[in-house]
Design a binder for this molecule. Structure first.
Ligand code: NOJ
Length: 527
């Protein structure tokens, strides 16, 4: 199986991970210091949030130069050293590639707005009126009123699907397509193992459509894939198409477009199933998920650097999830919830674990968000999504071992009585054999030792609705995952035969009672 099908991904924000030069900002050399940690955690591939020069109006998703490293993070040489050090440990590295837009500080946009006759004018989407493409929704609802912004200097409106500081590139211009292929080549030739492809649905605009998932977009992405594959046949494209399963399916093409896509509709349903003590939302969305070409894989996740998006649920479910998980209005952002996993779970270890059990045993390649493996908290006092991007908590010293104790970090280290760094940190959890960190590490190890988890097959086992019980048949083994989504013990009848525990040493047959929020993984003994 291709490496990414059974891989575990780890998403991290370089600024937040480890500061090696004590300027308050995490950097590439700092990340290098922590590669041993990631290797021991057992993840296969690190996904870096944007690392390029940027005015940081959107934490780097507003790129001002596609060919360099943000000075806060280091240099291109540091980046090469990071790739080398990661590869020496068997770790792969992918980075965000933002195809859809640039920063308004990018020299292309500066040239475009200054001169109608500049060759860069046509790199962006301009109009004399703000009435075009009315059917395209606004994504950053809390901030933007329109997808058009008037530019005084240009004397026209420009098109943007995200912040107005992120003008969309014009993919109808062949020169733009060439530029972005060149960007991909630059990083792949340096040794990067692929990209997390930011916001692919929005590359083209067509009147009378919602300007998402257009055939032209797929045609370009296929071209992009073929180009990437010629440079590095092992590279992965992990795409962020926040769409319904049948629409996301199109991003895999015939196995010739994106290798992977996040399963956005599944994610909120894991939280819904837990809150409603009912596996139905999970079962329903998986039933609605079309099979993938054999060389493709879903990326699954619980949390990421963005708000927990509720775009892919019905309005009444959205209301329910907001009321359940975001009772304070400050916890809400756009159509989502800006909180981390542990606070969402009320810091209940059992709930955190059972959600991770689902993440690691359902189809798809699990993606962890930095800090969630130790149950880090968030800071809702910070604006936008900043509260989810606070410094990693390494130890109980002032500034949590992220930076020197006397340095002011780019954002305050979490310091509340429950999630503060004095309680929640890597060092403490390394030392405690029953910590969340050790549990997650064990889950990762077991998951990787059993490739059937990376395969596509899932068969539900009859059980009370409070339990998500399923088999994962593979070519050489059949695995069993039992997950109690309720606060009460639940009895489950196992499929015929006996099962050997993967996380414990019990062998089970017949009936088993799962404790509240309990879970159990087994392997069919074939007896
Ligand atoms: C999706 C990214 O995940 C998000 O953080 C960003 O703001 C938008 N794309 C715009 O690039």
């Amino acid at each position: 199986m291709p490496w990414y099908q059974n891989a575990v991904f780890y998403e991290l924000y370089v600024r937040a991970f480890r500061d090696s030069n004590n300027d308050g900002h995490g950097d590439l050399r700092g990340l290098m210091e922590k590669l041993d940690y990631l290797q021991t955690l057992g993840v296969d591939c690190i996904w870096l949030l944007p690392i390029y020069p940027s005015p940081l109006k959107d934490d780097g998703y507003d790129i001002a130069d596609f060919y360099d490293i943000h000075p806060d993070y280091g240099t291109l040489d540091d980046f090469k050293a990071l790739l080398e050090a990661a590869h020496a440990r068997g770790l792969r590295v992918i980075a965000d590639l933002v195809l859809n837009h640039t920063s308004d500080r990018h020299p292309w946009f500066q040239a475009a707005r200054a001169d109608r006759n500049s060759p860069y004018r046509d790199y962006y989407v301009w109009s004399d009126s703000d009435q075009k493409y009315k059917d395209a929704r606004i994504i950053f609802l809390d901030t933007e009123k329109s997808n058009w912004t008037w530019d005084e200097q240009a004397g026209q409106y420009y098109w943007h699907r995200f912040y107005s500081s992120q003008p969309d590139l014009n993919y109808d211009n062949p020169a733009v397509q060439e530029e972005m292929l060149n960007v991909a080549r630059f990083w792949l030739e340096m040794g990067l193992d692929g990209f997390r492809v930011d916001a692919p649905p929005y590359l083209f605009e067509r009147e009378g459509t919602n300007c998402e998932n257009l055939p032209e977009t797929h045609a370009f992405l296929k071209r992009f894939r073929a180009f990437v594959e010629r440079i590095n046949p092992e590279a992965v494209l992990l795409s962020e198409a926040n769409q319904w399963p049948e629409d996301v399916r199109s991003y895999f093409g015939d196995g010739d477009e994106m290798h992977m896509n996040f399963h956005f509709p599944l994610m909120p349903r894991l939280f819904q199933a837990l809150a409603q003590h009912d596996r139905a939302p999970i079962a329903e969305i998986l039933a609605r998920t079309p099979p993938l070409p054999p060389n493709c894989q879903w990326a699954t996740f619980l949390r990421c650097h963005d708000e927990l998006t509720l775009e892919m649920v019905a309005p009444e479910v959205r209301r329910f999830l907001w009321e359940t998980y975001a009772p304070d209005p400050r916890m809400r952002l756009n159509l989502g919830i800006r909180r981390r996993l542990a606070p969402l779970m009320g810091n209940d270890r059992r709930k955190i674990e059972v959600l991770n059990s689902l993440l690691f045993t359902l189809p798809g390649a699990p993606t962890l968000y930095y800090g969630d493996e130790i149950g880090m908290g968030d800071d809702i006092r910070l604006p936008d999504r900043d509260g989810l991007r606070t410094p990693m908590q390494w130890d109980p010293s002032p500034n949590a071992g992220f930076t020197a104790p006397d340095v002011q970090p780019y954002a305050p280290v979490i310091d509340d009585p429950i999630f503060g760094y004095a309680q929640v940190n890597v060092a403490a959890q390394e030392a405690a054999p029953d910590s969340l960190l050790h549990t997650i590490r064990r889950m990762i190890a077991v998951r990787k030792a059993h490739p059937a988890f990376g395969g596509p097959r899932l068969e539900w086992v009859e059980a009370p609705r409070e339990v998500a019980a399923f088999l994962r048949p593979g070519t050489e083994e059949t695995l069993l995952s039992l997950n109690n989504l309720s606060a009460h013990p639940q009895r489950v009848t196992l499929p015929p035969g006996s099962f050997t525990g993967l996380l414990d040493n019990r062998t089970l047959r017949g009936e088993v009672t799962l404790p509240p929020y309990g879970y159990w993984w087994g392997m069919d003994d074939g007896r």
